[in-house]
Design a protein around this ligand. Structure first.
Ligand code: GAR
Length: 196
């Protein structure tokens, strides 16, 4: 059975969707939920689901990302993580850390990549007048929000949408797409999935 560490910074709704999916004949199980924010709501939720949790507050490390990542790495090693799933993890990872986990780290991003890497994706899609938006799951490579796309889900942008209403339409698609992609990834299938 493959062991999946889920990295979060916030509420952890994607974490919950992933963890809920890893039952029965699924080839993987959650081994750790790790947050850079000790107050992340997702930590309490993971704990309530019986998943081991840890937090490594990035703030005391200042600009020393390598030292922050070294401490995160000890938790990942202790947990025996085979796969790392970034799920609303809002820290940029160094090329060293990414290289160490090459081919076994996934991320979900709330845009139809390669559009709108970085932050404020929904506001930017609306501002651009896009008629569709969505989310992407991709393999993590050193460039931010880059790397081979493993799956995408599309939703319409509707007249009058705000970043909030669009996010509320995209998020449930994230909860469908990410577990589907993770299951295929754990089975060794990296061909992209397109939803709906
Ligand atoms: C999700 O929409 C995820 O796609 C996004 O943050 C949210 C986390 O929500 N990720 C990023 O913006 C990554 N740069 P969650 O904590 O409820 O899963």
């Amino acid at each position: 059975t493959l062991r999946v560490a889920i990295l979060i910074s916030g509420g952890g709704s994607n974490m919950m969707a992933l963890a809920d999916s890893m039952t029965g004949d699924h080839p993987a199980r959650p081994c750790l939920v790790l947050s850079n924010d000790p107050d992340a709501g997702g930590l309490t939720r993971a704990q309530a689901m019986g998943i081991p949790v840890a937090a490594v507050d990035h703030r005391p490390f200042g600009r020393d990302r390598a030292a922050f990542e070294a401490l995160m790495q000890t938790h990942l090693t202790d947990a025996g993580a085979d796969i790392i799933a970034l799920a609303g993890f809002m820290r940029v990872l160094t090329p060293n850390f990414v290289a160490r986990h090459a081919g076994r780290m996934l991320n979900i991003h709330p845009s139809l990549l390669p559009k709108y890497k970085g932050l404020n994706t929904h506001a930017r899609a609306i501002e651009a007048g896009d008629h569709e938006a969505g989310c992407s799951v991709h393999e993590v490579t050193p460039e931010l929000d880059d790397g081979p796309i493993l799956g995408q889900a599309r939703v319409p942008v509707l007249p009058g949408d705000s970043a909030e209403t669009l996010a509320a339409r995209v998020l449930p698609m994230e909860h469908t797409l990410y577990p589907l992609v993770l299951r295929r990834f754990a089975q060794g299938d990296r061909s992209p999935v397109l939803l709906p």
